[in-house]
Design a protein around this ligand. Structure first.
Ligand SMILES: CC(C)(COP(=O)(O)OP(=O)(O)OC[C@H]1O[C@@H](n2cnc3c(N)ncnc32)[C@H](O)[C@@H]1OP(=O)(O)O)[C@@H](O)C(=O)NCCC(=O)NCCS
Length: 177
């Protein structure tokens, strides 16, 4: 079956949330402790501002949601609607700021089939078309191999705020477009 892609709308939010939950719970086992995976739910997730801004992509195979991810012209670097990370809605300046790559998730049933790489390419293309010359993101340990394979470089190791006493390791990464 061929993979197709489109921008998500508000009607897609329930399917996106369900995919993210599966992805957070099943694709991080090799990288985090079970406690860190549980805490991840409060660090990651969908920022519905991306859907409102029409900068959030979905990839489907025969109507089945396989993966999703987006980019942003706003300052928020990471985190979802329900996460402990503050939203920063200020608009970035493409001439000097880095666009953000946000909320990349693949359904476990579609892992390692190139969905993440495809979504990342869509995000970078859209950010470039909007005038940005750099992108940055806050990578989970599960995301780092994908981003490294796609040319991103780690610039800062970070620990999330404690969630029930557990901190989640993160890596801020950058790439020139
Ligand atoms: C990160 C994630 C989106 C990758 O999605 P994916 O569709 O499986 O990635 P791709 O198939 O496009 O992988 C492209 C390349 O990235 C690297 N890669 C991806 N996942 C990897 C893994 N688990 N281990 C090692 N390398 C990996 C490989 O080089 C791979 O190429 P290859 O399969 O030809 O070797 C997915 O694992 C996921 O949803 N993780 C949980 C949620 C998460 O942490 N998201 C990141 C938020 S910052």
């Amino acid at each position: 079956m061929a993979l197709t892609h489109r921008l998500a709308t508000e009607l897609d939010l329930p399917r996106l949330h369900a995919l993210m939950t599966r992805s957070i719970e099943q694709l991080q086992d090799d990288f985090l402790t079970p406690e860190q995976v549980r805490a991840s739910h409060k660090v990651m997730g969908l920022d519905s501002q991306l859907v409102k801004d029409r900068t959030y992509f979905m990839v489907e195979e025969d109507g089945v949601l396989a993966g999703c991810g987006g980019w942003s012209f706003r300052a928020t670097l990471y985190g979802g609607d329900d996460s402990v990370v503050a939203r920063e809605p200020a608009r970035l300046d493409p001439a000097c700021d880095a666009a953000k790559v946000r909320a990349m998730y693949t359904d476990p049933a579609f892992a390692r089939r190139g969905i993440g790489r495809m979504v990342l390419g869509l995000c970078e293309g859209a950010a470039r078309a909007a005038g940005f010359r750099r992108v940055e993101l806050m990578g989970t340990m599960s995301g780092v191999p994908l981003y490294t394979a796609c040319g991103y470089v780690g610039v800062e190791q970070v620990l999330s705020a404690p969630i029930d006493g557990v901190q989640v390791p993160l890596l801020r990464m950058e790439k020139a477009l």
